[in-house]
Design a protein around this ligand. Structure first.
Ligand SMILES: Nc1ncnc2c1ncn2[C@@H]1O[C@H](COP(=O)(O)OP(=O)(O)OP(=O)(O)O)[C@@H](O)[C@H]1O
Ligand SMILES: [Mg+2]
Length: 280
């Protein structure tokens, strides 16, 4: 699969980002930059502020202060659909697909912002709208093939195994033809073979599509294998940024994870435990 023709991944720069909820500072003056075309991991113990950060980047939460810039564009203050239209796509920590719809229809919903013909034209089955729909269905099939869910295009998503649903969610995000992809725990709850398959797909996404990826992940092995750079959060503060190897050795990072009784290297266990609790 190839990238969209006009494709250039812009830099994503987060500066001084602060988010306060009543009585709680979830993010406190956080800075990091996702280099164009790189995979940047955001890690930290439970409650560190990772999902909050994603919610600000995608426009779901308002920042209390600070800035998020994509290329030259300020994202804070924009509603989610405007941010999506600028090429920022995300997946969620908990699967957010329409379970009764087929994989193909879920992916078509992912292309909604790219469809020119409105619902009226589609409803009237005008030739231009029909042509456009065919073009989108072809791209959906291509993306499904790319992430390895093509055989499930006709199946209701709710009936698919968990690991496949997570890949459908990735496919839906790719259907937006994003320039930046935000992935919140893409392998949470997966078994080892499913994790390896997902890691291979993510590597492909970066290598052949050139999309920048910001990844929240508890599985440190996966982070070490995939990420170019890692930012570590603890209690809403950035405690380190660097290569996976350097942050794993960083005493501030070790201390952050010590509070949880886990080391950064054994967070896969923590993630598995968390998933068990979630599924319980
Ligand atoms: N909408 C909200 N209202 C109030 N507090 C919130 C809200 N969203 C998140 N928080 C709080 O902000 C802090 C950071 O939560 P967040 O979900 O960002 O953590 P996380 O790093 O994603 O954790 P996990 O690894 O468990 O997913 C937590 O203390 C959480 O309870
Ligand atoms: Mg989270």
């Amino acid at each position: 699969m190839t990238a969209a023709p006009e494709f250039v991944a812009p830099e994503l720069a987060v500066t001084g980002l602060t988010v306060r909820f009543a009585g709680l500072t979830a993010l406190d003056d956080v800075d990091f930059t996702v280099t164009p075309g790189s995979m940047h991991a955001l890690i930290g113990p439970n409650g560190a502020g990772k999902s909050t950060c994603f919610n600000v980047l995608s426009g779901v939460y308002r920042a209390t202060s600070g800035s998020v810039r994509l290329g030259g564009t300020e994202l804070t203050g924009l509603p989610p659909h405007r941010i999506a239209a600028l090429g920022v796509a995300r997946t969620f920590q908990n699967i957010a697909l329409s379970p009764r719809l087929s994989t193909a229809d879920n992916l078509m919903l992912g292309r909604h912002r790219l469809t020119r013909a409105g619902f009226v034209a589609c409803g009237l089955r005008l030739p231009a709208a029909r042509r456009e729909e065919r073009r989108h269905r072809a791209r959906v099939a291509e993306i499904a093939e790319f992430v390895g869910v093509a055989e499930h295009l006709g199946h209701p998503v709710g009936l698919l195994p968990y690991g496949v649903q997570k890949r459908v969610e990735l496919a839906r995000a790719l259907c937006l033809e994003p320039r930046v992809l935000l992935l919140d725990e893409p392998v949470a709850g997966m078994n080892a073979p499913e994790r390896r398959a997902m890691a291979a797909v993510l590597r492909q996404v970066r290598a052949s599509l050139g999309i920048s990826i910001l990844l929240v992940e508890h599985d440190m092995d996966m982070v070490a294998r995939l990420a170019d750079e890692v930012t570590v959060l603890d209690f809403g503060r950035r405690v380190a940024t660097g290569t996976p190897a350097s942050v794993q050795r960083d005493p501030r990072v070790v201390r952050a994870y010590l509070g949880t009784g886990k080391s950064a290297a054994s967070t896969e266990e923590a993630a598995e435990q968390a998933t068990e609790e979630e599924h319980a």
